[in-house]
Design a protein around this ligand. Structure first.
Ligand SMILES: Cc1ncc(COP(=O)(O)O)c(C=O)c1O
Length: 303
């Protein structure tokens, strides 16, 4: 709880870079309810453990949050979806539970919020900040979870008939990515960890022999796909695996769904990008603090 809260606050990019306040959040602390969340400038203090802290003003807010706030404050009539019309038509069963505010800030891609297809406003600004923070050349925000990022990464690297090397226990989204792309899978069976009775990661030696075997079979390897960490938290040696892949000119995709927090503590393993991966996909909603289904796809600037 304390980890997700502290990373959660720090994750708002502007604040993380300017004033990390993670240690203000103490498990079990009494958190004061903001009187008027819609007007942060007018009411800028919150009590945590009886110590007042300053809540960011509009200009301090991260780009997308700032744009959402401004759009919600316009008090415009909604001739656009979603059909709850800025909360006015939201089901009372839900508003009784969570209030109207979540609906008030639930928009489609209005022009003031930028475009998913050709961003040049707050979305572009936010993805640039995310890329900078996560050490990527470019970052995309995903609303279909890491699942859609895994599919996109496989489809971007593999053409029909190409071979992709991946672990036999890869997430089902990798299987659907293989099907959508028309690639042919070459599976690596991860070793079994008998101490924990769970699957391990894949080793550099396994990747190396899978590449060699594919070559001997006359198959063109278009990508290597690795899950690190696994659902159980096992990390592979991505650094060595990326060296092997790159020595053969093969891109490395890492399903880092469970490792979005690695960048934020020195005792965590290095991120896949920091270990040389070309593409990593992270479930921001799993181990960081975003809404369900939100993930990020990062590409490296090195290749
Ligand atoms: C290893 C792994 N990869 C990918 C996914 C898919 O993630 P998402 O729920 O963000 O689509 C999961 C989901 O649990 C997972 O465990």
């Amino acid at each position: 709880m304390s980890l997700s809260l502290s990373i959660g606050d720090g994750w708002s990019f502007c604040r993380l870079r300017k004033t990390p306040t993670a240690n203000l959040y103490v498990p079990g602390a009494k958190i004061g309810i903001h009187k008027n969340v819609n007007h942060l400038e007018e009411d800028t203090t919150t009590i945590i453990n009886d110590k007042p802290i300053t809540v960011p003003t509009s200009s301090d807010l991260p780009p997308l949050v700032r744009a959402l706030k401004a759009s919600a404050e316009r008090n415009a009539v909604a001739f656009h979806f979603p059909g709850h019309k800025r909360g006015e038509a939201a089901p009372s069963s839900m508003t009784q539970l969570i209030g109207k505010k979540p609906f008030l800030h639930d928009f489609t891609d209005l022009s003031e919020l930028d475009s998913f297809y050709c961003s040049n406003g707050p979305l572009l600004e936010a993805t640039k900040l995310a890329a900078e923070l996560f050490g990527a050349k470019e970052t995309w925000f995903l609303v279909g979870g890491t699942s859609c990022g895994v599919q996109a990464a496989i489809m971007a690297t593999c053409s029909p008939g190409d071979t992709i090397i991946l672990p036999r226990n890869a997430h089902i989204s990798a299987t659907t990515g293989v099907i959508f792309s028309g690639a042919v899978p070459k599976y690596i069976n991860p070793e079994h960890n008998t101490d924990w009775d769970i699957a391990s990661g894949v080793t550099p030696a396994q990747v190396s022999s899978a590449i060699k075997e594919s070559e001997m079979e006359g198959r063109k390897v278009a990508a290597v796909f690795v899950t690190s960490p696994t659902y159980n938290g096992i990390c592979s040696n991505v650094s060595e695996i990326s060296k092997i892949c790159h020595s053969q000119g093969i891109p490395l995709i890492v399903d880092e769904a469970h490792g979005a927090h690695f960048k934020f503590h020195p005792e965590m393993p290095k991120t896949a990008l920091d270990q040389g991966a070309d593409i990593s996909i992270q479930s921001t909603h799993k181990v960081l603090c975003s809404f369900s289904q939100s993930s990020m796809l990062h590409i490296s600037g090195k290749r």
